[in-house]
Design a protein around this ligand. Structure first.
Ligand code: URA
Length: 245
């Protein structure tokens, strides 16, 4: 059994996993004395709670562990993958409407990247899909600012050197060429910061357009841009099976 399957969690996690808010919010509520464990006010967010034994209340209401939710959003460009932006720019949360649980993005897409973004209340699922050790493939379509040669595509496949080290082998297919541009489909398993853009920059070109079309077997399909839908239980299972959770 992995650590996260144990019914023992810190108090701030119990509140955020129940969908009441972020862990930061939970820590402030705990500090403010609004949370009780077995009737006693606990002001330490790192207090251990055994969910099978302990009763937690928030503002005197029992805290129930929410059913986990998994959403697939077609993120448009121009939306940040953060909860709030100090500059007031739109975030992916503005696209979700009324959902009754706190969800976290599963990895990030850059402001100017569009495509498939998963959001979930299941932090263990989020960790699994983003952890490079689990090698969950992420597939992108991209338009490069220059025509890329077969040799350059081979370099992308075998790995290019970035400032944070060489990239792992990638699957790269030439989709089409126009006079000036090359369109590629690229599947990577790492997901480092701005990785696809930096891989193309390593070839002295730039990414003009980047869309994520799949995570593992989950495809964006015909979902409309800006829309979201729940993942089916079968889709969740395909991402979690054989990973031991
Ligand atoms: N790689 C990037 O460069 N940007 C993204 O948003 C995702 C992958």
């Amino acid at each position: 059994m992995t650590e996260d399957h144990r019914p023992i969690k810190t108090l701030d996690r119990v509140l955020s996993k129940a969908g009441l808010g972020s862990r930061t919010e939970a820590r402030s509520w705990i500090g403010a004395g609004r949370v009780r464990v077995n009737g006693r006010v606990i002001q330490t967010p790192d207090h251990w709670v055994d969910l099978e034994r302990d009763t937690v209340t928030f503002d005197n209401q029992p805290v129930k562990q929410g059913k986990k939710i998994y959403l697939l959003l077609y993120k448009p460009t121009g939306y940040l993958t953060t909860y709030k932006d100090p500059e007031g720019r739109p975030t992916v949360y503005n696209l979700l409407g009324d959902i009754d649980q706190y969800v976290v993005p599963v990895g990030r897409l850059d402001l100017e990247t569009s495509g498939l973004l998963l959001l979930t209340s299941d932090t263990q699922f989020a960790e699994l899909v983003t952890n490079p050790d689990y090698k969950v493939p992420k597939t992108y379509l991209l338009k490069s600012s220059k025509h890329l040669s077969d040799d350059q595509i081979k370099q992308l496949r075998s790995g290019v050197t970035l400032s944070d080290g060489p990239t792992k082998p990638a699957q790269v297919t030439r989709v089409r060429d126009s006079e000036k541009y090359t369109h590629l489909e690229m599947t990577i398993t790492e997901g480092r910061n701005r990785q696809v853009r930096r891989m193309i920059e390593a070839l002295d070109a730039k990414v003009l357009k980047l869309v994520r079309i799949a995570i593992g077997p989950i495809q964006i399909g015909d979902l409309k841009i800006g829309q979201h839908r729940p993942l089916t239980p079968a889709e969740v299972a395909t991402l979690t099976k054989k990973k031991g959770i």
